[in-house]
Design a protein. Structure first.
Length: 97
């Protein structure tokens, strides 16, 4: 049975594919955060949207909220922003730690 982190990663990959984004750093960041994501009681699709928004900002990929919402059929920006803020608070870059 898939855990929420696996389902979130599946949605993340789907969004990145629809947005034509390939960046090997994204999977590394996801692996670093996976433990945090495993214990969240959230919708994996909206969490994936928040994660894509987060990595787009961190890696300067230029993906907009609107593009993410269209790729994943998410209806509200607030959901992306909420997950972004949560991820931004919990992520520690292992290269800077």
């Amino acid at each position: 049975m898939e855990c929420i982190a696996d389902r979130t990663w599946n949605y993340t990959q789907m969004a990145l594919k629809k947005l034509n984004v390939e960046d090997s750093r994204i999977e590394g960041i996801y692996r670093d955060m996976r433990v945090d994501l495993m214990f969240t009681d959230v919708n994996p699709k909206t969490m994936a949207g928040g994660f894509v928004y987060f990595v787009s900002d961190r890696l300067k990929l230029g993906i907009t909220q609107k593009q993410i919402m269209q790729a994943l059929s998410i209806s509200t920006r607030e959901t992306l922003a909420k997950h972004y803020r949560r991820l931004d608070k919990t992520y520690v870059n292992p290269n800077k730690a």
